[in-house]
Structure formats: C-alpha cells, structure tokens
Design a protein around this ligand. Structure first.
Ligand code: ADP
Length: 543
C-alpha cells in the first residue's frame, strides 16, 4: 500500500519560493565585483531568478543543459543558480583556481552550452574559451557601463540580457531526481571527476546541513559563506540559507582578512564558514588591528584539518564557537560536523579541544563505516583506522560518464579515499588520504598525525610526510619541513620534539628541509609532486 500524502517533489526552486513567501524582506548583501556593496532581498533574488529562467528558455536552454558559472559569491550568482535550476538545466560551477587547461578540459567534458562569468575571469575566458566549442554564449555578470571590450563573439552584459525578460514566468516542473548541479573534484590524481547533484539531493542536503546539531542556522542568523559557491556546492549554504530564511552576506572576490572583517562587523554576521587558510588571515588581521568579533557566534571550518591553534584562538580570544567539519564534493559536501553531544557536557579546556580536533559525527542522512582493504568493518574504538566509506541520499552514486567505478560498491557504499577511525561516541577522525598513508611492514602510519606533530614545533612553518621506498619495511616516513623565516632548527631538534608523542615505529626515518611545499588549486599539500621530487631519495635507514 502506498502512503496517501501529496506527491510534492523536492525541487530546488521551491526553496526560493519559500524564502520569498516567508522571509521575503530578509536581506542579501553582496560585495559586488565592480566594488560597491549592493543589497537585495529573498523576494528580489526570486524575481530576478525567474527572469533568468525566462531568458534562458527564450535563448533555447532547458532540461538537461549544462550551464557553467565562473563567479564569486554574490546575489547575482545565486539568482543565476536558481534560474538555471528552474528550467531544469544544470548549474556547473567552475573553480577559477584550477589551471586554465583543467578548466577547459572540464568544460569540454561536461559539454557546457552557456557560461556566466564574472568580470575578474573574463581574460581567462577570452584566452581559453574559444577551444570549448559547445559554449554558444557568454553572459558577463555586469551591466553595460562596466562591460569591457572583448574578443568573444557572443558575449553580452548580464543586466542587458536580463532586462529583456519581464519575469512573468512559472518554474518548470519535473521529477525530483532530475539533475540540478554539477561540480568536478579537483583531480589531484588523474582527470577531474564530475559529481552530479539532483534536486532531491540538494533539498535533502540543505535540510541536513541546517539541522540544529549540524550547522544549526536559523532565520535569526546572518550568514557569511566565505566558502565559494564553486567549492563543493558552497557547503550547502546557497540552499540552506533560503530554506531557513537567514540574512546572507556575500563576500564577492575579496577574501583577505581586512575585507572579511569589514563585512563581519558592518553586517553583524553571526555565522560564517570557510577553509582554515581564510581564518588564519582573519586572525592575523585581528591581532594586528586589535579588533574583536562582537557579533560572530559560530564558525564552520573544514576542507582540510582545522589546526588546534585556530580553534583555540577563536574560542578563547574571541568567544566564537568553532565547528570542525569534514566533507567532500561527492557528499554535497557535508559528511560530519563536530558539534557536542551531551556525553561531552562539562568538558572544558584541553579535553574539549581534543574532541574538536576530530572531524565530528554524521548527521541523519549520512551512514559511515571504516573497513580494511578487504571490506571487513573495523570496530568504533577511536583507534583502528581504515578506509572511510559512506552512503546516503546526498552522496554520489556514480561519477558523470562512469569514471572510477571501483569507488562504488554493490551495497551502495562510496569509498571516500580518506582513512579514518570512529570512536565509541560516533566521532570520526581523518588520519590520512588512502593514497598518502604510509605502509610500513604491513601496518599503516598516518602522515597527517605526523605532520600535525611536526608543525607543533615553534620553528616549523609547514610540514609534509611522505612514504619513501624501503627495502625492509616497504615504506618508511620522510618528514619534509619548511622552516619559519630566520629559524634554523636541526633535524635532531625536530625529531626529539616529536619523540614520545607518537608510536616509536611511526617516527620519521629522516627529515628534509625545503624552501616550499607544493600545493593544489584548493590549497592542499600536493603529495604527488612531493613524492616525484623525492623519488630517488635514499633513507639513511635503508642500507
Ligand atoms: P573540498 O572541495 O571541500 O576540498 P574536495 O572534494 O575537493 O572537497 O576534497 C575533499 C577532501 O578534503 C576529503 O576527502 C578530505 O580528504 C579533505 N577534507 C575535507 N575536510 C577535511 C577536514 N576537516 N579534515 C581533514 N581533511 C578534510
């Protein structure tokens, strides 16, 4: 017997309808790419999103078309997303931090038909876009007055293009499993892989993200997503915020400490989210200017492990609660959040910070397990680590075009490529990427744990640990260090600092000092390049 409830499909534009109906006057404030701060409301965003949809349809775009955006977080980018989804087309966010030839590869692979681009990125597009033959038109996200001369034959200023629509339009309706958005993983190994979100997965993910013990945002919050919309679906905030009707503050292209501080203060932001590097810049700015954060209550930090020092500073010096989070593009992207269960009531100081170093526990809608290489499940004991696998309604079931099928098993589990353990309270901690873990004599050594230990040394600016071939043990760890300017710690200083803080057999066999450690476009350590750099390295223990 089927239930007798209404078949109300979970479609993304219903989120915007709701925001306009219930929270229509709530503001969306953007630092525009042209410079000034501009203001609109959820009603305003909906009105213009309807025009985007109407205009797209008139230009012949609709169901299933991939429509690329290369843009910062602004209200314009939001209305474009919703307009695209509202005709059943698919927003495809491009990450401008990737190398141009990667962007071209991704656009060709997705066969994008139209591109919305911010002024900042027009030079890249002019140079590289002509090799993407599927793109029929380029809409530059500005008005006629700011539209530069361009060599692109089919480029129009957004405001002029939009002005040709009157907004008298109804969203298209279709099945909730229809594709809504697309985002490629950074592709640090091999080609980038396309993740395709559905309307249903986006709506469910937005609900999961907003729940009290997830991000816990409310209509009383003012939310500033520093995390870009092109970075793993803006961690769901582009959908969660209208779903609960928060005020939103969009930082445009300026992510430095001073610019972010200015918005946090002038707009009285209560909630924000970004990767650790952004917060390092903000904390530095605060220290230099001796400013405080009177309005900010909570900050979500993820994308890579949040250093203990950041959590400590936010909480102790600024009275801002840190929520460490883990996720990935394939998970829409939230996987776990480190909010506190009642089991930890009363936990303070170092003990609480220790828990907050973990990536947290999974909300409803994310199932997790940790297994060995033969898919045998490990106990939740907080120490046995293995492959982290997940499943849920907002987790990828396949990549676009069927790439990397081995990551999806027949029971619906997706192998994240991360290595982790889960403790008895359900809190997960990432110990490595599967491809970076060091396999020494059949046992695994976590490169991340060793890196965290090494950066605790006061003279170390950055640390990376890679496995080096070893005749006896297969692999042994090499610690690669960037020293702080003006500091000259010796190998022995660093090793004796680490001694006793990790298992004896985990201790690096050698230390190498370098001027710089290579990073990916999303700011993660590029171990592949590092391994290449040290491929002929001979450890002193390998005799
Ligand atoms: P993002 O775009 O957020 O970087 P990606 O899909 O490119 O997402 O990368 C996801 C990977 O980033 C994860 O598989 C994990 O290795 C790493 N990651 C994300 N959050 C954390 C975290 N809090 N701690 C450690 N690693 C993390």
């Amino acid at each position: 017997m089927l239930g007798l409830m209404q078949p109300w499909p979970l479609l993304c534009h219903k989120i915007l309808d709701y925001a306009a109906a219930q929270h229509g006057q709530r503001e969306i404030v953007s630092r525009s790419v042209e410079g000034p701060i501009v203001r609109t409301t959820w009603s305003g965003v909906r009105e213009r999103a309807l025009k985007v949809a109407q205009r797209l349809e008139r230009d012949g775009f609709g169901l299933g078309d991939r429509i690329a955006t290369l843009a910062w977080n602004t209200a314009r980018h939001l209305e474009v997303w919703y307009g695209i989804m509202g005709v059943g087309a698919i927003y495809h966010t491009l990450n401008p931090r990737l190398f141009p030839d990667q962007i071209v590869w991704i656009m060709n692979h997705a066969e994008d038909r139209l591109l919305f681009v911010d002024l900042t990125f027009l030079p890249i597009v002019e140079k590289y876009c002509p090799s993407v033959t599927s793109v029929k038109k380029v809409v530059v996200l500005t008005d006629r007055a700011h539209m530069p001369q361009t060599s692109l034959p089919n480029a129009v200023p957004y405001e002029e293009w939009l002005a040709e629509a009157d907004g008298d339009f109804s969203w298209k309706s279709f099945d909730e499993n229809t594709a809504a958005g697309m985002c490629y993983t950074s592709g640090t190994t091999g080609d980038p892989k396309g993740v395709v979100y559905s309307h249903r997965s986006n709506v469910l993910h937005a609900m999961i993200a907003a729940m009290p013990d997830s991000m816990g945002i409310s209509t009383r919050d003012t939310v500033l997503p520093v995390v870009p919309m092109f970075h793993a679906n803006a961690w769901g905030l582009a959908q969660s915020c209208p779903m609960v009707g928060t005020k939103m503050v969009m930082p445009g292209g300026k992510m430095d400490g001073a610019s972010i501080y200015e918005l946090l203060d002038s707009e009285q932001v209560s909630f924000t989210a970004a990767v650790p590097t952004v917060w390092l810049m903000l904390l530095q700015h605060l220290e230099q200017t001796r400013k405080k954060l009177p309005y900010l209550k909570r900050v979500v930090i993820g994308g890579s492990a949040c250093p203990r020092a950041i959590t400590e500073k936010f909480q102790n010096d600024y009275d801002v609660e840190v929520i460490h989070a883990w996720g990935m593009t394939e998970m829409s992207p939230l996987g776990t959040l480190c909010t506190m269960k009642p089991e930890y009531d009363g936990l303070e100081g170092e003990a609480r910070l220790g828990i907050q170093q973990k990536q947290g526990y999974a909300p409803f809608g994310v199932e997790m397990k940790v297994t060995d290489d033969d898919n045998r499940e490990h106990p939740w004991d907080g120490k046995t680590f293995g492959r982290l696998k997940v499943r849920g309604p907002a987790v990828a079931g396949a990549y676009y075009g069927g790439a990397s099928e081995e990551q999806f098993d027949t029971d619906g589990w997706f192998d994240t490529g991360d290595v982790a353990h889960i403790d008895a309270h359900g809190y997960m901690q990432i110990t490595d990427r599967a491809k970076d873990v060091i396999k020494s004599g059949g046992e695994w050594i976590s490169s991340i744990d060793l890196e965290n230990l090494a950066v605790g040394h006061p003279d170390v600016a950055e640390a990376a640990v890679i496995g080096i071939h070893h005749a006896k043990w297969d692999e042994r760890p090499l610690l690669v260090i960037v020293r702080k300017p003006g500091k000259e710690p010796a190998k022995e200083d660093i090793l004796s600092f680490m001694q006793g803080k990790c298992a004896k057999w985990w201790m690096p066999d050698d230390v190498a000092f370098v001027a710089e450690i290579p990073h990916t476009a999303t700011g993660k350590i590029q171990k592949i390049t590092l391994r290449e750099q040290f491929k002929d390295y001979r450890l002193p223990t390998d005799v």
